[in-house]
Design a protein around this ligand. Structure first.
Ligand code: PA5
Length: 469
């Protein structure tokens, strides 16, 4: 197991009044107490006071609970059942269509991009280790995107005995009533039933719903007799559900080690619970963001990921922060960038634009693939022979240090989240850190981080318009 994730905010704190950092500590500890009191309240099954509704704090201790449950009953536990279903999918299909939107989609995509080979879908089955290709749909009302995937799935000889043509669906919706996902499920379910036969065993086995304890998808699953249906607990909100079957089933189907993911998340919850300000990534990250916002009007949070594999994780975080705290005309605005790519697009604004941004770098210290060395060139037409012999990670480290220095020279705040490497264990820590920090900030500023009442407005108008037509 690699060393734990670190949060380092020395550069940002140099631009803050140290007294303010110290003065906020009692409020931090009170907000942390409130979060764990919420967990105990849920566990007690006592009525939830109206002011606390909705209360989706179930995600906080869930990773440790799932691991404990697995230890006690490896095969019958949720992890055991997920691993069994995932291994069935790996054996039986070569293409997995994942239908879901928002919190029912973005976590799985973040895990896929962070932890699977970049060109996973282009690799042949052997090079993929027998793991299916994955396609994400049901996250839009985009005719051409859905049509293109249906065309791809139907482009073979329609031979269900051919292992490379076989495909399946994981459909994820907690409410079961989300239009984008429901419409896509109709389209792809029909295609799948046409392929295997509507009454075939495959049509019951190779569609796996992940849904709430009640709702339209749950009822449909019963009517259809799907062999595997996985739950999303009532007390875990969509964007906090990556460590339920929502993220774990796709991750396991992709051959990822879900127990290490959960271990990373459980470890982060323990650090949050026990460590004091100064060595607690959740407390320290939140305190920095909050103080810059209230003291300096820094209300834009840039998550600056160094490397392409963390882009989807950044988009997952954009949703998490925006949907959780963007309420009552408040809440910081999250923006994800991928560097060094976006130094050539947003970099100018970050260096010299309005002083309304806190930049948090996400840095992976060691690459997963062997380091590429910069070759000599006989022509040296670009003049970069002076870099020959250096490695890509060395260039990246110089870009990070050079950018941080340029921001520091201009009085622009930066902090670093450092992962020793990208692994299930470190990504588990990072996702849980950001979920805890989001709820923690909500408790600190008096905004309920759970629920998303504002999202209903567009849905209502869309339904009215469709009902009129
Ligand atoms: O965070 C949330 O709760 C939302 O983003 C939901 O995940 C999203 O709206 C999808 O909802 P559902 O899973 O009910 O289809």
């Amino acid at each position: 197991m690699s060393p734990p994730l670190r949060y380092v905010a020395k550069a940002a704190h140099a631009l803050l009044d140290a007294k303010k950092l110290h003065a906020i500590e009692p409020r931090l500890l009170a907000a942390r107490d409130e979060m764990f009191a919420d967990v105990r309240l849920l566990e007690s099954r006592a009525p939830i006071p109206a002011a606390k509704e909705p209360l989706d704090a179930g995600f906080i201790d869930l990773p440790a609970q799932l691991l404990a449950e697995h230890k006690a009953d490896p095969a019958g536990s949720l992890i055991g059942r997920i691993e069994t279903a995932a291994s069935m999918l790996r054996n039986e299909i070569d293409r997995l269509v994942l239908l879901g939107i928002g919190g029912s989609y973005m976590g799985a995509r973040a895990l896929f991009e962070a932890l699977c080979p970049r060109y996973h879908n282009e690799l042949d089955r052997e090079a993929r280790g027998g793991v299916p290709r994955i396609y994400f749909e049901g996250n839009n009302l985009d005719n051409d995107a859905a049509a293109a995937l249906l065309e791809l799935l139907n482009s073979g000889e329609s031979n269900r005995a051919n292992p490379l043509e076989r495909w399946g669906i994981v459909v994820i919706s907690k409410s079961g009533g989300t239009l984008e996902t429901a419409v896509a499920f109709r389209l792809f379910r029909k295609a799948l039933e046409d392929f295997y036969g509507a009454d075939s065993d495959e049509s019951r086995r190779l569609v796996i719903p992940v849904t709430g304890e009640q709702g339209k998808l749950r009822s449909l699953a019963q009517v259809k007799g799907y062999e595997n249906v996985f739950p999303i607990p009532d007390n875990v909100g969509g964007r906090f559900s990556v460590f339920t079957a929502v993220g774990l089933l796709p991750a396991a189907a992709l051959g990822l080690d879900v127990r290490q993911l959960l271990q990373g998340a459980a470890d982060m919850t323990e650090r949050f619970r026990n460590e004091p300000p100064g060595s607690n990534p959740v407390l320290d990250y939140t305190a920095t963001g909050h103080l810059f916002e209230v003291e300096q009007g820094t209300h834009i949070r840039i998550l600056s990921t160094w490397g392409s594999r963390l882009e989807a994780l950044g988009l997952w975080y954009d949703q998490l922060l925006a949907e959780s705290l963007g309420k009552q005309e408040r809440g910081a605005t999250p923006i994800t960038v991928v560097n060094t790519r976006d130094l050539h697009s947003r970099g100018q604004q970050h260096q010299e634009g309005a002083r309304d941004k806190l930049i948090t770098n996400v840095i992976v210290e060691s690459p997963s693939s062997p380091s590429l060395g910069i070759p000599e060139s006989a022509l040296d037409q670009d003049g970069f022979n002076r870099l020959a012999g250096k490695s890509m990670p060395e260039l990246m480290a110089a870009a990070i240090a050079g950018t941080n220095r340029a921001y520091a020279d201009a009085g622009r705040p930066t902090a670093d989240i450092v992962l020793p490497t990208l692994s299930e264990h470190t990504v588990g820590q990072l996702l849980q850190m950001l979920m805890l920090a989001t709820v923690f900030e909500g408790r600190l500023i008096g905004i309920n981080p759970y629920g998303q009442p504002g999202v209903e407005a567009y849905k209502k108008n869309m339904t009215d318009i469709l009902n009129r037509g």
